[in-house]
Design a protein around this ligand. Sequence first.
Ligand SMILES: Nc1ncnc2c1ncn2[C@@H]1O[C@H](COP(=O)(O)OP(=O)(O)OP(=O)(O)O)[C@@H](O)[C@H]1O
Ligand SMILES: [Mg+2]
Length: 704
Amino acid sequence: MKLIFRYMKPYLLIVLAVIALTFVQVQTELTLPDYMSGIVTNGIQYGGITESSPQALTKKDMDEVLNFVSAGDRQTILNMFELIPAGSSAKVDDQTVTFKEDVYVRVNDDEKADALMERPLVYAYMAKQQGIDISSADAENKISESLKGLEENYGSMARIYIRQLYEDVGLSAETIQNSYILTTGLKMLGIAAIGVFVQILGTYLATKTSSKIAATMRKDVFEKVESFSSSEFSKFSTSSLITRTGNDITKIQQLIQMMMRMMLMSPIMGITAVIKVMRYPNISWLLIVAIGVIVCAMIVLAVFAVPKFEVIQKLTDRLNSIMREFLDGMLVIRAFNSEKIEEEKFDDINSTFRKVDRFVSNIMNIMGPVMTFVMNALTVSITWFAAKQIDIDAMTIGEMMAFTQYAMHVVMSFMFVTVTFFMIPRSMVSVKRIEEVLNTVNTINDPKDPIALPEENGTLAFDHVTFRYPGAEESVLEDISFEAKPGETVAFIGSTGSGKSTIIKLIPRLFDVTEGKITYCGHDIRDVSQKQLHDKIGLATQKAILFTGDIRSNIEFGRDVSEEEMKEAIAISQSESIIKEKEEGLDAPITQGGTNVSGGQKQRLSIARALAKRRNIYIFDDSFSALDYATDKRLRAALNELIEKTKATVFIVAQRISTIKNADKIIVLNEGKIVGEGKHEDLLKNCEVYKQIAYSQLSKEELA
Ligand SMILES: Nc1ncnc2c1ncn2[C@@H]1O[C@H](COP(=O)(O)OP(=O)(O)OP(=O)(O)O)[C@@H](O)[C@H]1O
Ligand SMILES: [Mg+2]
């Protein structure tokens, strides 16, 4: 989690903006049910009348109402109205009416109006309904008798009466109703539009942020992997690193996206909805039951599914690794007819993967129906229990509808919260895997204060070097000491596995020595920055590697190579024929891994790459092995000319005596130890190992 927060830090402002947007979105979404409730209750049930005091009423009606007003309040009420004589017209509730009789029109909107007039209105209404003569002395008593227990309903009764009063005045009830529904509807539309806008903006920002974070993370992982030395690589398999940069980072991206949307939204939505639902305490207990059921279901599912997530990610690694090996070794597999074995290996993992994945999917799939059931059961229960509340007028139909919607929001929020809570562990597996890569401590590092090497060529010396591969038990090199002076060619020869390539790898610090030291110009190479060290070395590895691109890009290899240097490198490495043979010349495409050139061509191009820039040290690890004798000879002659000119040091590893015969110094290796050192002629005389190699390759005459 720390990792995610660290990456989210630069986007703090955006995150805050998304929080604000989410807040607004929740508010808009949760006010809509209130408006809907208003349309149903005020708009449809009460004909668009929202208050318990009228805006206008005929003098006749007013007199009836005033009958039930105490003497003290009478004047207060009359002060709120102005008497307009019959025949004149006035504007009431946006309608202009010409009055047929004297009409009282409201002139001030006193807050007390509703409280003062509600009861008198209801009494007047009842008197009319039941035909009670209001002038009789016991009229009020009779009415209050018949209204017993209906006090709760005064509001709605008053509004029904006001509708009649308006008709007496000459106002159109339909227009009042329509205008109420229309205004409320428009308000709802407006709010919904804001909601949509805010939601789109929020999602856009969240998506943008999460994809940016994923890109940064991918870059960081890539750069980290780039800094790995071979020993760090041996910790992670190639396919695992690929899964990590792809699949795992995508998972993290999804998590961030979800955090910024659902994980924010659900609690805000849930809490706000709960507050709204609390207004109806009589039926809100239903929600607690529903939430309880959901949480229980989720916990049960989570307990079974969560441990499987890590398993799935590991299996993905293995699937990828088998697939990769299969693709890399396709030709060999075909030639040896071992498709069946590979298939079985793949099937094995694939079916394990399928089983685990299906198990997790099944668990996830159960959730959908469970949720639908809970929701439907809740709706039915709300209708059932709310009906009773409506029956005793404690709730309106509109309120029931609003409550249902709030309840759904609460349940959904709870569901999302639980879903995210068990999505987190799944993503955490990926987070852990990325952290593993990023937190790997590199074994080969630059020194704090690197020493600057001189421009000129210097002596490279191995000083009692012993080397053991990381994790290996035995030393591959033991007590190796030799010197290579500027302008010298030093060759290594020895049986396979004797440690030749290993010595070579130590020079550019692909590995660090276990004991002893390697010096250049007298400085330990560990005290020099790797960049400077690498800039001194031109290396052609034993396995020639080309990259997707063209011949030119493979030789330049990101460096600034002039036309002249390019020509020279091509000439020395005997690559002209390769370029001539291609129609596009230097721009001939190279496919991934250099599969469209031959082994020998690959070697020559990688030699050209090593030579393209002037270097103090050139290293060729068995780079001439795939060349025919004639090419080998020409190449060495050209190389000698270059050394003559630049006084660079050259290291050549070879299996063929003829390749190294003329070297200034030949080092014979056997099982990681130097068993002979000197010129060809000397070694022939006094090195048994060298003699054997030589005799096995050359005739006595050639050797002479
Ligand atoms: N990455 C590695 N991890 C562990 N051991 C290794 C590694 N690379 C090589 N070895 C071991 O080190 C020894 C020397 O290997 P090296 O590649 O230096 O031999 P070589 O002389 O270059 O052989 P060849 O002529 O076949 O190229 C071998 O026994 C090999 O098994
Ligand atoms: Mg080798």
